[in-house]
Ligand binder design. Structure first.
Ligand code: G1P
Length: 865
């Protein structure tokens, strides 16, 4: 149950793209649309009052605080709004949450008499029921209401549309949509308003419904109504409250497959007690999932990070499609989101991640590209239905980053030797050709010449992704941009565009791969690696081909042809050492090539050019309309160790000069190009300072921080994170709940909140770089990069997290109040006992951690001197 509420209790809820109980909304509809979870009180002698503030009279008036005061309280996945109306003598407290055991949203409404006199009122919950696919919002909106079959029972209005009417075709509908209600003591309602038309009346609206204004009689149970827009109007018996007295009502809104489930839900949440128990259970559930705690000297920062750590959980539930700003796609997540969200999962809930990683590799094609439509089930990838052939050139980068992080955290190098299938659909030769023989009824898996489904190791999948990318170059011998890279909006340079930024990222990864192969040899004695025969053609040691764009292209083309419809299934055996050497050479070649050709100097500043446009022209540097700099180009040259120390320092200066702006949250994604650069991407069509065109885009800003910390620039990394956090914290400008949004717009407002990959990266950066608590081949190491100002008044900074399935609280004690760079680790105490003395890096062997009891917290104290 994916629900959204705003302070007016507007916002939709659904279980998928095709099953919305409340009408789908995007950000604009939150105020433009009158649909909400309303709750009316008809007060004897005074008239009607909306306990959610959604009535035309309340909306028309500008209230003073004294007249109608509203307070919002919320925690992780619960929301409570409190409204006090002096005029009416009433207050309302409305709690909203989804319990753990059922697909239902609970709304508990408490109405209190805050006056000195007795008040008699009639309460009516009023929730318009949409009950169909999001596609129908303006595609057969009315026709699909003709499918509705509505009925009333003792406590519910149930809608069971006969058919579904969306891109899946006309199918028999299996779902029941419902609203049910009871008083807080479990009594049934008095009656119902099941039909929108009748409820609002001629000329009425949801903010001024005739049924409420004219106090119409509701219908009883056992009513059947076919072919109308459905209304979840539930009216309760009139009630009288003495001064100070309170009455509660419980509204349940859900989607079920059987009526018995609706009854079960009715029984499970029929009283205030049931609801409060379910709330406690839900709070506990989310608290358990969120098992990382940060304690620095800045309590607000600690709280902020608490909320950031909730975000990856939210993205797994909502994908990128189901919050008001996130109205793209139809559910599910993209390829890079899938992999990056695993980073946070690895920290918070590592169980099951191994299998998830292996399963996800089934999305890789033998030509190095990958499936982009990800199914509901883990490891399920769907062949392209919409004939969109688009290749994002960065996609090959993320699986290795995540897999390597997994190996470091767990020491499980064996994962590289696990096997999985390769994805196969009609898109072949890296999106350049279509296999017309492919039919969608076949399994989307690559076969060998014997017609068996081919399986290769995870290591082989990674090699396929990186080697193909290495040869996939444009005229400047950097990797082709193709459909775009990480920046989805660089999507108009398919022919001649190149992404130097991600070429550097691949170089960094090639080194990582070489190191992993070395670990396989050292730890498992694997002197040889087995790979599919065809891939051998991309492992030529003659380095002269590296400089030759034509030969590289030819080589890639030939390879893609050999595995276009099938692979031989034959293997070749390579020496591990030679393979690692080959990968390292390729990486070094890239780095040198970038350093030699893409380091640009303009006036007093220097930085890397990261892109070529569709005319094959360099994108960054000095231009008539102003100097052009992009953050992404700097991030990956720094992170991959392509940039030298001097270059990193120059980049920091240039970024401070061209990209940093404190009032919008720090480092912008790019300078203003003052041009709708349609030979590079749609981002230039966006207004400057918004989204991918020069906003402070949290994800890339955080990756910049990560890259800086990695290279030892803690002060500079901190500056990036601090600026983002300050911006969030400045509520008057950012206007968001706690957490990190996708970006801050030109005015500094937080946009596209919650469902952003920035959250995983921020957690990763704060934990493994700022606190420097991380795995190294499965062992736990401490490399703190905390600044002096980040320690609390007792000179401590702590991190509570899970490692090797043990709950640990790591406390750094900076007794001599030293600055980063001056302090060193002197001692490490585990549960009070010294386990290591004097070493630059602290480290606890995995075996020691695994030897600890599982169900309690263990204290690790790291003394800095
Ligand atoms: C979003 C997408 C991400 C993409 C980025 C830049 O970022 O989810 O895949 O790389 O835009 O175009 P997010 O909202 O995750 O920060």
């Amino acid at each position: 149950m994916k629900s959204v509420v705003n302070p007016y209790l507007s916002g939709d809820f659904k279980t998928s793209q095709n099953s919305f109980l409340l009408q789908p909304i995007s950000s604009e509809e939150l105020h433009a649309n009158k649909v909400s979870r309303n709750f009316w009180c008809n007060v004897k002698g005074k008239g009607e009052w909306s306990a959610t503030g959604v009535s035309s009279s309340q909306q028309a008036k500008v209230f003073t605080r004294e007249e109608e005061e509203v307070t919002l309280r919320a925690g992780v996945l619960w929301h409570s709004i409190h409204r006090v109306s002096k005029d009416m003598g009433l207050s309302s407290s409305i709690l909203s949450f989804v319990p753990m055991d059922h697909q239902v949203e609970i709304m508990k409404v408490d109405i209190q008499n805050i006056s000195n006199e007795e008040i008699t009122f009639t309460a009516t919950a009023a929730i318009p029921l949409y009950c169909r696919s999001a596609d129908n919002i303006r595609d057969h909106r009315h026709v699909t209401s003709l499918l509705h079959r509505i009925k009333t029972t003792g406590n519910s209005i149930i809608v069971n549309p006969t058919l579904t009417f969306d891109e899946r075709g006309h199918k028999k509908n299996e779902l029941l949509y419902y609203v049910s209600g009871s008083t807080g003591e479990g009594e049934c309602p008095k009656g119902f308003f099941p039909c929108v038309e009748k409820y609002i009346g001629e000329g009425g609206s949801f903010e001024r419904p005739e049924a409420i204004i004219r106090e119409k009689e509701p219908v009883g149970e056992g009513i059947f109504l076919d072919g109308y827009e459905a209304m979840g109007g539930i009216q309760f018996e009139p009630c009288t409250l003495k001064p100070g007295e309170e009455k509660s009502f419980i509204i349940r809104m859900g989607i079920a497959t059987k009526e018995s489930v609706i009854e079960e839900v009715g029984l499970a949440y029929s009283t205030v007690k049931d609801v409060m128990n379910a709330l406690e259970q839900a709070k506990e559930h989310w608290e358990k999932k969120q098992n990382v705690y940060y304690e620095t000297g800045d309590a607000d920062f600690n709280q902020f990070m608490y909320w950031v750590s909730v975000q990856p959980i939210l993205r797994r539930i909502y994908g990128c499609s189901f919050l008001p700003h996130h109205d793209y796609g139809k559910g599910g997540r993209g390829w890079r989101d899938l992999w990056q969200d695993c980073l946070a999962l690895l920290i918070m809930n590592p169980n099951g991640v191994r299998k998830m990683l292996i399963d996800n590799f089934a999305g890789v094609r033998m030509d190095g590209t990958n499936a982009t439509i990800i199914g509901e089930q883990q490891g399920e990838f769907i062949a392209d239905r919409n004939n969109i052939t688009r290749v994002w050139m960065d996609h090959g980068v993320w699986p290795l980053i995540t897999t390597n992080f997994y190996i470091e955290q767990t020491g499980d190098i064996d994962i590289l030797l696990e096997e999985n299938t390769y994805f196969y659909d009609k898109q072949v030769v890296r999106g350049e050709e279509i296999d017309t023989t492919f039919t969608s009824d076949r399994k989307p898996c690559l076969i060998d010449k014997e017609n068996h489904i081919y399986r290769g190791s995870i290591l082989e999948h990674l090699l396929v992704q990186h080697l193909t990318a290495y040869y996939d170059v444009g005229e400047h011998n950097h990797m082709r941009l193709r459909g775009a890279d990480w920046n989805d909006a660089l999507d108009m340079a398919d022919q001649k565009g190149e992404s130097v930024a991600f070429t550097a990222a691949y170089a960094g990864n090639l080194i990582t791969l070489a190191k992993l192969i070395q670990v396989l040899e050292d730890q498992k004695g694997m002197k040889e690696i087995k790979i599919v025969k065809e891939l051998g053609s991309l492992l030529q040691e003659e380095t002269q081909i590296y400089d030759d764009v034509t030969k590289k292209k030819e080589c890639l083309h030939n390879y893609c042809y050999t595995c276009k419809q099938e692979v031989s299934g034959d293997f070749i055996i390579l020496s591990s050492e030679a393979l690692a050497r080959d990968l390292t050479k390729k990486a070094e070649w890239i780095k040198e090539h970038i350093k030699k050709n893409e380091w640009i100097t303009v006036g007093n500043h220097s930085w890397f050019n990261g892109y070529y446009d569709n005319h094959g022209r360099r994108v960054e540097g000095e231009f008539e309309k102003g100097n052009r700099m992009m953050l992404t180009s700097q991030v990956f040259t720094i992170m991959s160790d392509t940039a030298t120390k001097e270059q990193v320092e120059a980049i920091i200066k240039a970024a401070d000069e061209y990209l940093y702006e404190e009032k919008v949250g720090g480092y912008r994604l790019n300078t203003n190009f003052y041009e709708v650069k349609d030979d590079l991407g749609r981002m230039f069509g966006f207004a400057y300072g918004h989204k991918e065109n020069g906003a402070v885009f949290s994800h890339m800003a955080v990756m910049y921080a990560n890259a800086l910390y990695k290279r030892g620039y803690a002060k500079e990394g901190y500056k990036v994170i601090h600026a983002l956090y300050q911006q969030v914290n400045n509520f008057e400008v950012s206007r968001i709940y706690p957490g990190i949004p996708e970006y801050f717009n030109e005015e500094g407002r937080g946009m596209y909140h919650y469902l952003t990959g920035a959250a995983s990266w921020l957690m990763l950066t704060v934990i493994t770089e700022m606190f420097g608590v991380k795995g190294s081949k499965g062992n736990l190491v401490f490399e703190p990069k905390l600044l002096k100002q980040q320690f609390n008044s007792k000179n401590n900074a702590s991190l509570t997290m899970n490692f090797a399935n043990r709950n640990l609280r790591v406390t750094y004690q900076n007794v001599n109040e030293k600055e980063y760079g001056d302090y060193q680790i002197m001692r490490v105490l585990l549960n009070g006992e010294d386990i290591m003395v004097t070493s630059h890096k602290g480290r606890i062997d995995r075996k020691v951690i695994e030897g600890l009891e599982a169900d309690r917290y263990h204290e690790i104290v790291v003394l800095l001197e």
